[in-house]
Design a protein around this ligand. Structure first.
Ligand code: PMP
Ligand code: GLU
Length: 399
């Protein structure tokens, strides 16, 4: 049977694929340390779990909810945004989805006509490009400097009459870099002046380290938010990847059409997860800070270890946010003789039993991504294995 052409050009999610391989190796008895998936290792906080249990026991979780989410959840989201960023969204400007991934997927379906272009600064999270293609659009890569930052000049170099939107992900997956208020003002102002929609994916906003400050696009002065869609969710801040709750917030007309699509595609996100998310956004926020501190300690210990591996370079320095390191391994490839990052991380997984993601998956060859959202003992052991792998391969290459 001939399958749809649009799916033939889509690559599987590299992050999910590597994780599945690592999990299979573990099931086969291999001691793998999986740093391939961006998923907090913490348990969902107890107050959130309890809210879910209550919603099951009192019968609320048994039924469909409105397609775009429970009004109480939208209210909790609106209040959280107001508390954090002093911006008001009406409830009909918020759409709750099965994870932020589904918010992005639905948004691209709603805004893109065939061959519309979406600017995607490199490196970018794996699913943006494939979701854009599935919606009939064209992802257009935007170059960055060695520090992996892009500027308005980089955007302008790729702008055409078909440019419809820009994906702006800060803190960024896979590099952990965070854009400053001044940079964001320039970027979002540029987009606005060309009527380009800014898709601001702020899912890592709570994960900022070592005194670095996060600025939301909602806080920029003189910016018309009619050209901005905010994407966020509970996965990272509240350690709730498995619950699948995310949201989009933005112009009413766009949100209304997302609701129509979601009504046909998903009916609604699982009710029990929505009740949990009400507690996540509206309840005690102490656990967010506790988990953030845990990530910060890991970053501070791991960063110098990874930066000192032979041939690993982090020209942008210690990342300010998220929970990834994205070293340039061009020199490591030369030292070990692997032809690209994919071959390198495959060998590391099979021989050193550490799961990583190659830069190719993020549009930037010669790099790899490592997630430090796991315990420090495993991170130290992963570093030891990488060090040993490098020493051995460099010796073999020299012979
Ligand atoms: N955006 C970015 C940048 C991410 O890293 C992720 C993590 N998978 C998502 C969106 C989607 O997260 P989720 O679907 O779990 O809410
Ligand atoms: N955002 C995470 C990652 O980049 C989760 C996996 C995914 O959805 O791609 O690894």
């Amino acid at each position: 049977m001939e399958l749809a052409r649009k799916v033939m050009q889509i690559q599987p999610s590299a992050t999910l694929k590597i994780s599945a391989t690592a999990k299979q190796m573990m099931a086969d008895g291999v001691d793998v340390i999986n740093l391939g998936i961006g998923e907090p290792d913490y348990q969902t906080p107890d107050n959130i779990k309890q809210a879910a249990i209550d919603s099951i026991q009192n019968g609320q979780a048994s039924f469909y909810t409105p397609a775009t989410g429970l009004p109480e959840l939208k209210q909790a989201i609106s209040q959280r945004i107001m508390a954090d960023h002093q911006h008001h969204y009406d409830l009909d400007q918020i759409v709750v989805t099965d994870g932020a991934k589904m918010a992005l997927f639905t948004l691209f379906q709603v805004i893109l006509n065939p061959n519309d272009e979406v600017l995607l600064p490199v490196p970018y999270w794996v699913s943006y490009s494939e979701q854009i293609k599935l919606a009939g659009g064209t992802p257009v890569e935007v170059g960055t400097d060695r520090q992996l930052r892009f500027t308005v000049a980089d955007l302008e170099a790729q702008r055409t009459p078909k440019t419809k939107a820009l994906v702006l992900n800060s803190p960024q997956n896979p590099s952990g870099l965070v854009y400053s208020r001044a940079e964001l003002t320039a970027i979002v102002g540029w987009a606005e002046s060309h009527a380009i929609l800014v898709i601001a994916d702020e899912i890592y906003e709570k994960l900022m380290y070592n005194g670095n400050q996060f600025t939301s696009v909602l806080e920029l002065e003189g910016i018309d938010l009619d050209h901005v869609v905010l994407i966020n969710g509970v996965s990272k801040a509240y350690s709730m990847t498995g619950w699948r709750i995310g949201y989009a917030a933005g112009p009413k007309a766009v949100m209304a059409k997302m609701g129509v699509v979601l009504g046909h595609a998903a009916s609604n996100p699982a009710a029990v997860s929505q009740y949990a998310a009400i507690e996540a956004f509206g309840g005690d926020q102490t656990s967010v800070e506790t988990m953030r501190q845990g990530f910060e300690a890991r970053l501070n210990e791991l960063y110098p270890l990874i930066a000192s591996l032979p041939g690993f370079k982090l020209p942008a320095g210690k990342p300010a946010g998220a929970f990834y390191l994205f070293p340039d391994i061009t020199e490591a490839l030369r030292l070990t003789g692997y032809q690209d990052a994919t071959a390198f991380v495959t060998a590391v997984l099979l021989e050193a039993h550490v799961g990583l993601v190659p830069g190719e998956a993020f549009g930037l060859p010669g790099h790899l991504r490592l997630s430090y959202a796991t315990d420090m003992t495993s991170l130290r052991e992963a570093h030891r294995r990488l060090q040993q792998f490098m020493t051995q391969k460099i010796a073999e290459q020299a012979n």
